[in-house]
Write a protein that binds this ligand. Structure first.
Ligand SMILES: [Zn+2]
Ligand SMILES: [Zn+2]
Ligand SMILES: [Zn+2]
Length: 109
């Protein structure tokens, strides 16, 4: 699925990066996986499609862009995402605050 000119892999991905697993109104980010430099909507999509074990982003790389806003296509750095207020700095769309429960699956904590 091509979203704002970025390739987002995953299962049943819609135009704002919702997927089979997470598809509420505010589920509108994709996260780039450090292991394969590929955007997926969630860790379950990666688990089912990637064919390899995930690797989390090391803290030294948090200045890199790793989160895609499915609404406007803005790419957040990981620092920006982790220190932000569950919304897009560019278009102000709300992100799912529940994602913070899963941060350890994507980022070194
Ligand atoms: Zn991967
Ligand atoms: Zn998913
Ligand atoms: Zn946005």
């Amino acid at each position: 699925m091509l979203i704002h000119d970025r390739e987002v892999k995953g299962i049943d991905v819609d135009e704002e990066t919702r997927c089979l697993h997470y598809h509420s109104e505010v589920d509108r980010i994709a996260i780039k996986f450090y292991c394969c430099d590929t955007y997926y909507p969630c860790f379950s999509c990666h688990e089912e499609e990637a064919g390899h074990a995930p690797q989390v982003w090391p803290k030294t790389q948090f200045h890199q862009k790793g989160v895609l806003c499915g609404f406007c296509g803005y790419e957040l750095t990981i620092d920006e995402y982790l220190t932000g207020s569950s919304s897009c700095p560019s278009c102000k769309s709300a992100f799912n605050p529940g994602c913070s429960l899963h941060e350890h699956l994507y980022f070194e904590v």
